[in-house]
Design a protein around this ligand. Structure first.
Ligand SMILES: O=C(CO)[C@@H](O)[C@H](O)[C@H](O)[C@H](O)COP(=O)(O)O
Ligand SMILES: [Zn+2]
Length: 206
C-alpha cells in the first residue's frame, strides 16, 4: 500500500525551518571549534601515530551516541578511513556485551570501561574517552585507571569538559566542543575523529 503522507502546509513549513536551523546551529558550533581545536587535534595525531608506530594501541569508550562514535573510530583505524593502509591497533570498549553485562551486574556500570582498561591496556597505549557532558562516571573511571598505568588520554568532551577536564594533565589532549547541546557536541566529535584519522593517515602514508 502506498503511503500517503498528508500534512498541512504550515506544519511542513515549521518542520522545514527546524531542519534548516539544525544545519545552521551545527555549522556555527563547527566554525567556533575550527578556531580553537586544530592545535589540539594536531597534538592528538602526533600522539596516536607515535603510539601506533611503537606497537601501542588505541582504546575508545563512551556512552550512547559516543559509544557509536568509539566504534566508528575503531572501525576506521582497523579497516580504513579514506585510503588503503596497514591495519592500525584500535579497540572500542563498548562492544562486548558479556563483559559489559558481567561487569555492570557484578560490580557497577561505572566500572565497565575501567576494568577493560586495566585488563587490556599497557603503558604507551592511548585511551580516547568520549563524553558530551564530560561527567559520565564510567568514562571518568576509565580515564583515572588509564592515567595510573601511563596511558595517555585524548578526551572528547563538551559543556566545558565537566569532571573529565579536571583529570587531564599537560600530556593529555582535550578536545572540548564549544557547545552545551549534546547533538551539536556529538556532531563536532565526529569531525574531530575524522580529522584524527586523516592526520594519522597523512603521517603514515605521505
Ligand atoms: O545520543 C544521545 C543524545 O543525542 C544519547 O544516546 C547520549 O549519547 C546518551 O544520553 C549518553 O549517555 C550521554 O552521555 P555523555 O555524552 O554525557 O557521556
Ligand atoms: Zn544523538
Amino acid at each position: 500500500m502506498a503511503h500517503n503522507n498528508v500534512m498541512d502546509k504550515d506544519t511542513l513549513e515549521r518542520l522545514r525551518a527546524r531542519a534548516s536551523q539544525h544545519f545552521l546551529d551545527s555549522i556555527a558550533v563547527k566554525q567556533e571549534a575550527e578556531k580553537i581545536l586544530p592545535d589540539q587535534v594536531a597534538r592528538g595525531i602526533v600522539a596516536m601515530t607515535d603510539c601506533l608506530r611503537a606497537g601501542g594501541k588505541v582504546m575508545a569508550c563512551g556512552n550512547g551516541g559516543s559509544a557509536a562514535d568509539a566504534q566508528h573510530f575503531a572501525a576506521e583505524l582497523i579497516g580504513r578511513f579514506e585510503r588503503e593502509r596497514q591495519e592500525l591497533a584500535a579497540i572500542a570498549l563498548t562492544t562486548d556485551t558479556s563483559i559489559l553485562t558481567a561487569v555492570g551486574n557484578d560490580y557497577s556500570y561505572d566500572e565497565i570501561f575501567a576494568k577493560q582498561v586495566r585488563g587490556l591496556g599497557k603503558k604507551g597505549d592511548i585511551l580516547i574517552g568520549i563524553s558530551t557532558s564530560g561527567n559520565s562516571k564510567n568514562v571518568v573511571r576509565a580515564i583515572e585507571a588509564a592515567k595510573k598505568m601511563g596511558i595517555q588520554i585524548i578526551a572528547l568532551t563538551g559543556n566545558g569538559g565537566g569532571k573529565i577536564a579536571t583529570l587531564l594533565g599537560v600530556d593529555d589532549i582535550h578536545l572540548c566542543a564549544p557547545s552545551t547541546r549534546t547533538a551539536r557536541i556529538q556532531e563536532t566529535h565526529l569531525v574531530l575523529l575524522h580529522a584524527l584519522c586523516d592526520g594519522v593517515d597523512h603521517l603514515l602514508l605521505d
